[in-house]
Design a protein around this ligand. Sequence first.
Ligand SMILES: Nc1ncnc2c1ncn2[C@@H]1O[C@H](COP(=O)(O)OP(=O)(O)OP(=O)(O)O)[C@@H](O)[C@H]1O
Length: 281
Amino acid sequence: MSAAILSMEAVGLSFGDKRVLDNLTFSVRRGEVFGFLGPSGAGKTSTIKLLTRQLSRDGGRISLLGRPLERATEADYERVGILSDTSALYDRMSIADNVELYARLRGVGRRRVPMLLQRLGLAEDAKTLVKHCSKGMRQRAALAAALVHEPELLFLDEPTSGLDPAARAEVHKLLADLRARGATVFLTTHDMAEAETVCDRVAILADGAIAACDDPDELKLRYARNRIAVRTRTRGTLELSKDPADVAKLPELACAGELLAVHSDEPNLEEVFLELTGREF
Ligand SMILES: Nc1ncnc2c1ncn2[C@@H]1O[C@H](COP(=O)(O)OP(=O)(O)OP(=O)(O)O)[C@@H](O)[C@H]1O
């Protein structure tokens, strides 16, 4: 899991006078689940559109599946799957018919359709017309359609938005399965707990560029505060620094029978996100 399956170097994108992406540089390793995070309007969906040639950049270089984007072929895009809010499903067709249609369009048989519907909790509703589906059912049906040809690179734009916790957990399991079979997933989400759970690495987009890109645990350590919380038997919770002079107090507290627990005060990914972007999400 090391070679880049896609990369962007100094990529810019503007809509009229509005500069959305400015000097965007990052790469995604083959076989990883890569979380692309950022506040609303930061340019996450636009980045997916650049990578799938639905938008053109102002400058910089993009490579996809080992070649410059300009030279990507139809055959390359057959190795790619995409789920976005514009993923089209036909309202007057059933869920199963929609997913089977995608299978035909992708030139694969419908062999995998029942399994995918089962995995996504849609088997009992397979014959339900899409126009009668809830938002969460549509989202799962669109995900099944994106997966029908077993893509090796999958773009998922907020795949769990609108899903209840059970369906969300099912999607997380599916992501783990995709990863286990070597697929690469490029995922956007506003759910920082989800990013921590499912992503090997995350990139945080702020002001048109990557503010940080790393394993979520590494990011949390990098932004860890110089603080530990010590619960004591009679003196409540003491806040100590990680400096040697403070840490040396721990054995004293232990010998005095005071030490109940020591907690490192690491931020969660949400706090790291807010620190880097200075914004709510
Ligand atoms: N076709 C377009 N024409 C003009 N402006 C656009 C267009 N598409 C996107 N934008 C603007 O570009 C910026 C980035 O939009 P984008 O949808 O990529 O953000 P995002 O990070 O995906 O946001 P969200 O998290 O809310 O989905 C926004 O300010 C948006 O209004």
